[in-house]
Design a protein around this ligand. Sequence first.
Ligand SMILES: Cc1cc2nc3c(=O)[nH]c(=O)nc-3n(C[C@H](O)[C@H](O)[C@H](O)COP(=O)(O)OP(=O)(O)OC[C@H]3O[C@@H](n4cnc5c(N)ncnc54)[C@H](O)[C@@H]3O)c2cc1C
Length: 558
Amino acid sequence: MAKPVVLVLDDDQKTLELIVKDLEQRYRDRYRIIGEASAREALEKLQELKRNNEPVALLLVDRWMRETTGAEFLKQTNDLFPAAKRAFLTSYNDAKAGVSTLKEVGIDLVLIKPCQPPDENLYPIVDDLLADWEMAQHTPALGSLIIIGHRFSPESHQTRDFLVRHGVPFQWLDVERDEEARRLLDAAGVNAQRLPVAMFPDGTMLVQPTNEEIARKIGLQVRPGQTSYDLVIVGAGPAGLAAAVYGASEGLRTVMMERYAPGGQAALSSKIENYLGFPAGLTGVDLARRAVTQARKFDVEIVTPQVVTGVDVEGPGRVVKLSDGSAVRSEVILLATGIEWRRLEVPGMDRLIGAGVYYGGTIADAFLCRGEDVYIVGGANSAGQAALGFSRYVRTVTLLVRRESLSQSMSQYLIEQIKATPNIKVRLRCEVAEVHGDKGLEAITILDCSTQQKETVPTHALFIFIGGLPHTEYLNGVVKTDDHGFILTGADLERSGGDRHRPQGWPLERDPFWLECSVPGIFAAGDVRHGSVKRVAASVGEGATAVMFIHRYLSSNL
Ligand SMILES: Cc1cc2nc3c(=O)[nH]c(=O)nc-3n(C[C@H](O)[C@H](O)[C@H](O)COP(=O)(O)OP(=O)(O)OC[C@H]3O[C@@H](n4cnc5c(N)ncnc54)[C@H](O)[C@@H]3O)c2cc1C
């Protein structure tokens, strides 16, 4: 496989040479650096790379050139390499204007020329952009993990999704489409009915692996290292991750239990554009990757996949029960288990989940549907983001929305982007009435709620983004929840009975802290909490704030 290309276009020869030299110094082992001073020649070069099927990872383009503008040039490259990262090279006094065009031409960042010293003004930014690109590719260099599976097998989808959500690059080979898949299975003596198969670079192989087996193999920690901690966090979404970073950085021995993969719901977002500090937006998987790195830096133990099946109170101690029957003791527990998709109950659904019908969906899923017509159910921001993300890879995306207008449930900035994207269609006042297919999804029936007419359309991919519920049954009534299962904290506990300020059975002289549950020393943060805002920033804020109350609890030991 050819090295991916980083192309620099700048008609100022001196700047071009300087940036190319700096890039070569750091990236030449993994990337091919190409410098071009002419937009026309750069475009020809990209067309040639496309013909030769060579990957392009990053385009660094001067914003103002004599021949053309950076924006014009980048527009011409969109169809050639839609997944390539894009950044403007601009001067200091033009940087503000450059940022305002982020949205217009879909660039990721603006670099100030001449990007000196590179350690401060070039490498950190390029490192980030290339790491994002590598994560999105899932087509790593030869010699890495290979997954052989079937596109419409739920088991294959589970393995693929687990690796994507853990940010592990792998090469996907479809047993029906790729000759190489059949050759490798024959050579390994594996029956092609027993999929998926994971072939690791060290020559070992897992046939029909569980997530836990994969986790062990890729070096994840699947059991806690100790039996007691200062803080146990349940759930590694934005709230849990923020609490882990703040808790551990402030000296609490912290472990975080996550049943699937860090990032939670946020990891399903193809572009989070409203999280502070990321003007070009970032994918949820990228946000999770950064947060996990930060948490590990402070020695947080991240235990995954590990399902918490209950919590308990033993005198002053708090206990978290795990699915293998073991338990971990702690001074304090933080519940940050978020919400889960509501199920779409229509005929045919059960047998097609994971086989063409997916709850949520990442860019990696869209990548498998290249050139196809796909459908998304939902009218909220999560559905809108998915439509925009997927539209870069598929032929058409159709949003199926039950409401009369998108503005009832979606942010204006997304509505505008959807309107401006020609291959996204929006169908209002409609719902999915049935899904069809034997081995995989073949068609869906759409009900027009105004006319009650049904229409069946062919498709191999239906993604469902319809909000969720907290699933706090595992708490078994130990802490109080509202009627929908959202956890009550602080002042909201008054509604659960007891006197004016304190919940029934509350044993202390003080009132519960804002994020404290009906049991002292058990806290809740993020979407799982009654009255929460259901946003990344809000969850991060609550996770961080919970740690402040946890310190207060620990210092008074009350
Ligand atoms: C597709 C999509 C796009 C979105 N886009 C945006 C956006 O652009 N901007 C924005 O502000 N918000 C966005 N949101 C909302 C945002 O992602 C959520 O508000 C946020 O993730 C909530 O964080 P949380 O940590 O409270 O919960 P979650 O993110 O739900 O994380 C909870 C975690 O707990 C784990 N867990 C649950 N039960 C257990 C158990 N028993 N044992 C162990 N682990 C458990 C789950 O696996 C999960 O990882 C989006 C949501 C979705 C679904």
